[in-house]
Design a protein. Structure first.
Length: 316
């Protein structure tokens, strides 16, 4: 794993070439039975943003696995600070205070886990999986967090369901890998591009992959497994990007070759996930839209938040 200084240097160099490069997650421990981070109810806590697709993944997994009574959640304000950091604001609808550590910002959480964090030149990201017992961050990589939440089901917590059947692990991983750079990160590479060439490259790859996914979903309900298959981590990881696409990315990130609503199979897929119990309430539309258009002032100078699309136009 790159050091914080190496990450900062790589990010700067990438922006100088006009391309956006996402920094690596710094905390990569795992919850495992009998390990340092054992599987225990009430021990762990999630810090998320409703606006962030990566954090949204973890909230969805928590709900689908029935872990609401076993893992707590706090939510940052949708307004990102000028330096890219997050704050807690219990006065904002949909946001909360830090109910575990009493910090005013997510940076305070990171500083508790890593002494000197505030001088490290890095910014704390969501999601964060916090361990109350050791008072530290277990992990801040969404893909790894949603998989380790499955450990709770294996140990009898939650509703006993799984988002990663053993026989589908490789297929799930391959699908998540195939969608990450082109779609999940692709919208950001398009929106944050600083040269025409970088934008053209990113948006072309994005829509080529969306075209492939549209064809892949013909006659299928889910991304992996047999024709009917079952909902897995791969679906969650794609959904949180697609559900933001027409609401935000088409305009704000210039991903406007087509909308998701123009792809019949992808639109049906989004609606299918939204209709699952416990999913629609994880989608806070105001936090999602207001965050992007207000926080990215380098893209939207006057912080004008669009009125549209009309209610339901992006999700039916």
């Amino acid at each position: 794993m790159k050091s914080i200084d190496e990450q900062a240097s790589a990010w700067t160099e990438a922006f100088e070439s006009g391309k956006f490069v996402r920094k690596s997650s710094e905390f990569r421990d795992s919850i495992s039975k009998g390990g340092m981070f054992d599987v225990e109810s009430g021990r762990y806590h999630l810090y998320i943003s409703h606006a962030c697709p990566w954090a949204h993944r973890t909230l969805i997994a928590r709900n689908l696995l029935g872990l609401e009574q076993h893992i707590g959640v706090d939510v940052v304000d949708w307004r990102m600070n000028p330096d890219g950091s997050w704050s807690f604001n219990p006065d904002e609808e949909g946001a909360t205070a830090d109910t575990v550590n009493g910090e005013s910002s997510l940076e305070g959480i990171y500083n508790r886990a890593f002494e000197g964090w505030n001088e490290s030149r890095s910014i704390g990201t969501v999601p964060v999986l916090w361990d109350k017992k050791h008072a530290t961050i277990v992990n801040n990589e969404s893909r790894e967090i949603i998989r380790m939440l499955g450990q709770f089901s294996k140990e009898g917590f939650g509703n006993g369901s799984t988002l990663c059947p053993p026989e589908l692990v490789q297929e799930i991983d391959n699908m998540i890998d195939a969608n990450y750079e082109s779609v999940n990160n692709g919208v950001y590479k398009s929106g944050f591009a600083r040269t025409q060439e970088a934008y053209d490259e990113a948006v072309t790859a994005l829509f080529e992959r969306l075209d492939e996914l549209e064809a892949h979903l013909e006659g299928r309900e889910w991304l992996v497994g047999n024709d009917m298959g079952q909902l897995t981590e791969a679906d969650i990881c794609l959904f949180t990007t697609l559900v933001r696409f027409d609401l935000v990315y088409v305009v704000h990130f210039k991903c406007n070759l087509r909308r998701i609503i123009d792809y019949p199979n992808l639109q049906t897929f989004v609606e299918r996930v939204l209709d699952l119990p416990g999913i629609r309430e994880t989608c806070h539309w105001h936090h999602i839209k207001a965050h992007y258009f207000w926080s990215h002032q380098n893209i939207n100078t006057f912080r004008i938040i669009p009125l549209g699309p009309l209610e339901g136009a992006h999700t039916k």
